[in-house]
Design a protein around this ligand. Sequence first.
Ligand code: ATP
Ligand code: MG
Length: 225
Amino acid sequence: MSKIYGTDENKVKALDNVSFSINKGEFVLIVGSSGSGKSTLLNMIGLLDRPTNGKVFIDETDTTNLTDDKISSFRNKKLGFIFQFSNLLTDLTVLENVLLPREIAGTSDSAEKNAIELLKAVGLDDQINKRANKISGGQAQRVAIARGLINNPSIVLADEPTGNLDSVTSEKIIQLMKLMAKKLNQTFIVVTHDRQHFGDVDRIITIKDGKAFEGNLPSEMGVLA
Ligand SMILES: Nc1ncnc2c1ncn2[C@@H]1O[C@H](COP(=O)(O)OP(=O)(O)OP(=O)(O)O)[C@@H](O)[C@H]1O
Ligand SMILES: [Mg+2]
């Protein structure tokens, strides 16, 4: 796919004929310098925006011609999002924040139990009834991870999930994401400037000037066809 922002002299080719597939259960890092097109790519995969040319297939569904309603429900059922800033609703409690995507999807009896389990997994079961403005940044990011996983998404998309954290907390968050990926066999696609903290991952894709390459060093990179 390609993505062009703007028109005429303001045209920016943010993605230039990028093509690859990611297998179920893979933990994939997307790396590359600022402005290279990483967030654009994630926004396309996450169906938050549409490519100018090309197609996004998710679980063999061609998402190109889905209506906006279908896209929203698809996104809500299949995809989980974790962003650099946790974007919690500060008037709600930790538990209520985690439950939000579930409420949009339609609640079920097990929702609260699942949310508490996830909060346990991220080490926050003692904070569930605190308001989201009364917790630390690292705790908020862990709440955001629990929220990103509450609908049991088959694909989790994270855009610099540790961009805003100290290195000790980053390390914990990264280990947590890797653990959850293994435990739930979820696909993780993570944009990061923090490559070394991630240790072993299944795959690294480097974005450079809107093009995608397999591998993380110029000498290791192979062009993705
Ligand atoms: N909404 C937009 N409108 C116009 N241009 C945009 C828009 N979003 C991104 N761009 C441009 O597209 C290119 C890719 O941007 P993108 O946000 O994907 O980069 P990035 O790799 O995520 O960078 P960073 O590491 O700084 O987050 C940049 O040149 C950027 O200025
Ligand atoms: Mg970005």
